[in-house]
Ligand binder design. Sequence first.
Ligand SMILES: NC(=O)c1ccc[n+]([C@@H]2O[C@H](COP(=O)([O-])OP(=O)(O)OC[C@H]3O[C@@H](n4cnc5c(N)ncnc54)[C@H](O)[C@@H]3O)[C@@H](O)[C@H]2O)c1
Ligand SMILES: O=C(O)C[C@H](O)C(=O)O
Length: 325
Amino acid sequence: MTVKVTVTGAAGQIGYALLFRIASGQLLGPDVPVRLSLLEITPALKAAEGTAMELDDCAFPLLRGVDITDDPVKAFDGANVALLVGARPRTAGMERKDLLEANGGIFGPQGKAINDHAADDIRVLVVGNPANTNALIAKAHAPDVPADRFTAMTRLDHNRAISQLAQKLNVPVTDIKKMTIWGNHSTTQYPDLFHTEVGGKIAAELVEEEWLRDTFIPTVAKRGAAIIEARGASSAASAANAALNHVYDWVNGTPEGDWVSVALPSDGSYGVPEGLVCSFPAVSRNGRWEIVQGLEINEFSRERIDASVRELIEERDAVKALGLI
Ligand SMILES: NC(=O)c1ccc[n+]([C@@H]2O[C@H](COP(=O)([O-])OP(=O)(O)OC[C@H]3O[C@@H](n4cnc5c(N)ncnc54)[C@H](O)[C@@H]3O)[C@@H](O)[C@H]2O)c1
Ligand SMILES: O=C(O)C[C@H](O)C(=O)O
């Protein structure tokens, strides 16, 4: 069966890094045909058409067609996977409230279009920032879709944390298992090494406490800003790569003996208020995310998880006050 994949913000940077890899089979697997549906704002439709011409020119064996539209209803009609990448970026002089409001105007109607028109098995990944709260808004407008189909991306933070630790310990990234990012995809996120395993040993015991606290955590949490500073634009190829990892694992399952980081609606686990879209350690089984249960949270971790959750609560309360959820 051909899977319909809708990508919003398709003419943007992440879109350009993402679409060719989806069409080559890296989102769902090498045997799954895909049809791409590109949603853009009207002024960017021509650029999206250019990208679609290039997709044609690749003659990808799995690509069954590309549709381009500025209408969310058409874009999400029958969609099985939705990658919500397009968002309103913060510009000079813009208050946080303005940013949340502008994004509410995007993610509310997209959530409703998903609710009314997507396929029954729709899976949604929000990449556009502020990703957790944009996912919360989309979910609030899709009451008929199971809440756990709405996720936001912290897989890039997860991959960044694995890479930083691998470099510190001079081991291949494949030696690192059970990394966790807790909380918000923002600088308050908490990359947790107290359950991470490296060759069967706990990572926090293999590094100096000072490095963990003063180098590792801030490097991972501020990596997005460091990329913007270096590139003059936000991360695109690595964000696209993380989106592919997230959906691939969701659909095909996470490997035994490991887990990944996923922002998904809390069921109250680890004291995170129900419904908040928060990053947790998670495994995918039978096509559904399950939060890893029973991890012991020490005082150091508790403080940091709580700080990020507080920020998520503030964002939720702000969008509630604006009538966006
Ligand atoms: N979660 C993460 O880890 C992560 C990582 C990197 C970037 N991001 C975020 O991803 C988003 C996209 O990044 P980018 O570099 O591709 O940005 P970009 O500005 O290059 O592209 C965004 C695209 O979205 C489109 N767009 C805007 N409003 C839209 C709407 N209502 N419907 C459809 N399309 C719309 C724009 O026309 C533009 O083409 C940003 O919000 C960025 O902050 C998230
Ligand atoms: O776009 C940004 O603000 C940064 C991005 O979320 C990232 O983590 O690279």
